[in-house]
Design a protein around this ligand. Sequence first.
Ligand code: KG4
Ligand code: ZN
Length: 327
Amino acid sequence: MIILAIESSCDETSIAVLKNGKLLSNVVHTQIKTHEKFGGVVPEIASREHVSLITLVLDKAIKDANIKLEDIDYIAVTEGPGLVGSLLVGINVASTLAFCLDKPLIGVNHMAGHIYANWLENDIKFPLLCLVISGGHTELVLMEDHLNFKVLGETLDDAVGEAYDKVARVINIGYPGGPVVDKFAHLGKEHYKLPKVYLNKNEYNFSFSGLKSAVINLAHNLKQRNEEVDAYDLCYAFQNSVTDVLVDKTINAMNEYNVKNILLAGGVAANQGLREKFKEKNIEIIYPSIKYCTDNAAMIAMCAYYQVLNNIGKRDISMNANPSLDL
Ligand code: KG4
Ligand code: ZN
């Protein structure tokens, strides 16, 4: 079974080919350079760049996989959540291919894709818990079987990645913020005090806007007093607050649900501080390689593979984008 999958929900244009669950190719073009100067993704520019690059990405994905277009059995595409204009570029290419090749079209949830990135390189057992942490989402998900997602908790305000990006912007250390803050945190020491927001200790929802505001206020107050912000120490304090909450809530859920595996998924799963904190507590976790943590089509193809096996998500060529699709 050969699946061609397309991902274009935000600022990566990506196409992958998967044969019987094994990855044959995964081409990712990232627009980070384009959006860097704006300090965030500009949706209209993102859609245009997807349009101008997607056929080149398609050619390379087919060539790298060493297949012909006619060999494809299924076309899969991210249908949401994401930026509507960006999603529509991928969906148009996917539905055109499905129509011309007369092959079935499969709609994939981007967040489910992030979770399934874990299946690209690991043997995974149910029931499992997955901490889904990206630029737009923060969710703790229980799965008792394939494609069966029970959201135990989610953020009530900002997503983790969003908070990382904002902190990096406030202290002016680059975009996207996550990887730089992670690096700086490892160079910092205990110095600043920042809140750890647990909400109710025995619930699984999260809140990061209070922590984000605390960072903004601290930077602002230091500036007013003409004092330098120690960027390393601030990143240390911020990352420590975020990862303590994420790890503690995940461990609470692990104890309540008696799971066999704990997975990380989404761009923030690349965070070294988070992985180290789980290790310190002797909790074994599974996470994708860094290249499969951030947006890519390999994860969409893997999710589509299980959707095909379970007959889930068939679409026709009138398929539309769903920018706020839930898991
Ligand atoms: O999953 P993703 O590529 O896109 C979305 O679906 O949102 O996640 C992007 C997010 C950004 O906010 C970025 O700052 C964050 O993932 N990120 C990280 C790290 N690498 C990427 N956050 C913390 N630590 C990292 N090492
Ligand atoms: Zn993503």
